[in-house]
Design a protein around this ligand. Structure first.
Ligand SMILES: [Mn+2]
Length: 375
């Protein structure tokens, strides 16, 4: 049986204010193509479906189209919640989708949700916080949970894993092998990944394959069958050297294979002198240019953009040039998430829960007032 593993779609994400929606539509269609060409039996998406807990309308529309296309493939689809997804919003319609072979799990209800197909048993563990376990553990057990590692250990202790099946775990977490940490990228919000709270890979030995989400660079953790599929496309300039794709795991041979995905627009970093860059071919790639010299041009950004319309970031490498403030336009800093998203993440980090409607309205009031004063 063929099982496909992907994660961290981050539908609705933009790059330095450039919409990536068409790029995402293109890559999701390619995933559908792979599912059909490879005759995949089960598709696993290990969290971070959306980029934001309150996704924009066009992001919801794209995910809707993707679900429809998935439902028309001859396969089962397993989806878990990542830390970017709102549990309630992603859960919308899930009871109905079950009938169409699309199974979405956003909560933990005392046991890991299982799905059986062929010779394999799938364990779908969505992104959760320790307080989600409170109702299911003794007071003593609950009090002993001080880390993600403790939490995952407590969750797995409640499962009886049948060694006669091929056991596959879907999980959205930061997993390490001993003191070897996974390689991170700029596009994992550091608010979430930054608090390094690793789960030890050794806890997952009972599983034949572990389909991880959360880290955006494709990589294995200690063994070939315990891996981050990585994002299906690049989401920051720190990822230009990543080889994005989907993983196919064969439950009979227990071997993995990577199927590469090809983006609508390539993402590149060019580091060179101004005159060398101006003599290169025109390109519509998503670009960051790192200038090695100080051209005698008043608006280098405007000149470069005539050749490279998707130039998103211009970084002067010479120190004197950096201080001259000539690089008006998009910068890394203006590309940060909205204050609403940043605060929502901060709130969740501090309190272990999402803001309720009243708190969101309160925050919105404050930010609206600030924006009015600033405009
Ligand atoms: Mn992610």
């Amino acid at each position: 049986m063929k099982v496909l593993h992907t994660s961290d779609l981050h539908i609705g994400r933009s790059l330095l204010e450039e919409s990536l929606l068409l790029d995402q539509e293109y890559i999701l269609k390619q995933i559908i193509r792979v599912i059909k060409d490879e005759a995949v039996d089960v598709v696993m998406i290990s969290g971070d479906i959306y980029d934001k807990s309150i996704p924009a309308a066009d992001a919801v529309r794209l995910f809707n189209d993707f679900l429809v296309a998935l439902s028309q493939c001859d396969c089962e689809v397993l989806i878990i919640r990542g830390n970017h997804d709102s549990a309630d919003r992603l859960n919308f319609g899930s009871d109905l989708f079950d009938r169409l072979n699309i199974h979405i799990v956003t909560e933990y209800k005392g046991r890991i949700t299982r799905f059986s197909k062929g010779n394999a048993e799938f364990y779908m563990l969505p992104f959760i916080k320790p307080f989600n376990l409170k109702d299911y553990l003794t007071e003593e057990e609950y009090a002993s949970i001080n880390s993600s590692n403790d939490m995952v250990k407590a969750v797995l202790r409640r499962e009886h894993i049948d060694k006669n099946r091929v056991n596959i775990l879907m999980m959205h977490r930061f997993v390490c092998k001993g003191d070897k940490y996974p390689e991170t990228s700029e596009s994992e919000s550091m608010l979430n990944v930054g608090t390094l709270d690793p789960v030890d890979a050794g806890l997952l030995d009972a599983f034949d394959y572990v389909a991880l989400g959360h880290i955006h660079k494709p990589q294995t953790i200690g063994r070939d069958t315990l891996r981050y599929s990585g994002t299906p496309m690049k989401y920051s300039f720190s990822e230009v050297n990543n080889h994005n794709g989907v993983v196919i795991y064969d439950t009979d041979t227990k071997k993995t294979e990577i199927i590469p995905l090809h983006p609508l627009r390539e993402m590149r970093v060019i580091r060179d002198t101004y005159s060398n860059i101006m003599s290169m071919d025109n390109s519509k790639d998503l670009l960051r240019i790192e200038l090695q010299d100080e051209p005698d041009v008043s608006t280098p950004l405007d000149e470069l953009k005539k050749k490279f319309p998707n130039l998103l970031s211009l970084v002067p490498l010479t120190r004197r040039y950096q201080s001259r403030g000539m690089f008006a336009g998009r910068t890394e800093i203006t590309a940060r998430d909205s204050p609403e998203t940043l605060f929502a993440e901060f709130f969740q980090l501090q309190t272990g829960r999402e803001m309720n409607d009243r708190e969101q309205a309160f925050l919105k009031g404050i930010l609206d007032n600030m924006r009015e004063e600033l405009s």
